[in-house]
Design a binder for this molecule. Structure first.
Ligand code: CU
Length: 173
């Protein structure tokens, strides 16, 4: 963002194109997937945080970035912050936010983590917050379970499994 504008733009484009491209096909299969994903609903508990339905999308050949979506619900009395994530399948896992700026879809890393207030739920979902798996060792395939460890301030770290849905997959929102 500071000195190397061109590189930052390219990187953002590649990252975003991976996240947003499959959305174009999502409408056709949405109703089918709503049936499918309801059968796969799964959640995890870590301290006062509940991690709901972690999922991802299959990645096309030659793309080494994948996404992760889930919900975080804070059932406690104190704020809980997700400060980072890691996966054995990726070189690194970032917390990103996609948003509209001047009619363009852009995305940026969330620095200093994402805080969930007591009683609140934060959704990681398409066109919003997401985990970005960077440097995948191999493509994510539909039906696969991808382990991701979430690191919290205010709750113990927790390993969850992303259920990989089809490339056009969209979770009912
Ligand atoms: Cu991203």
């Amino acid at each position: 963002m500071i000195a190397n504008g061109n590189r930052a733009t390219l990187w953002m484009y590649r990252c975003c194109s991976n996240e947003e491209l499959p959305m174009r096909q999502a409408g056709l299969v949405l109703s089918l997937l709503m049936l499918a994903t309801s059968a796969l609903a799964h959640e995890y508990q870590s301290g006062d945080i509940t991690i709901g339905h972690p999922w991802s999308r299959a990645t096309p050949p030659g793309v080494d970035k994948g996404v992760g979506y889930l919900t975080l619900t804070n059932e406690g009395q104190e704020p809980i912050t997700v400060t980072g994530a890691a996966s054995p399948r990726a070189n690194s896992v970032g917390i990103h936010e996609t948003r509209m700026e001047e009619g363009m879809m852009t995305m940026a890393p969330v620095s200093n983590g994402l805080t969930v207030a007591p009683g609140q739920t934060v959704e990681f979902k398409p066109k919003s917050y997401h985990l970005m798996l960077m440097g995948l060792d191999q493509p994510l395939e539909e039906g696969e379970r991808v382990p991701v460890t979430l690191v919290f301030d205010g709750a113990p770290s927790r390993q969850v499994e992303l259920h990989v849905e089809g490339a056009g997959g969209a979770h009912p929102e």
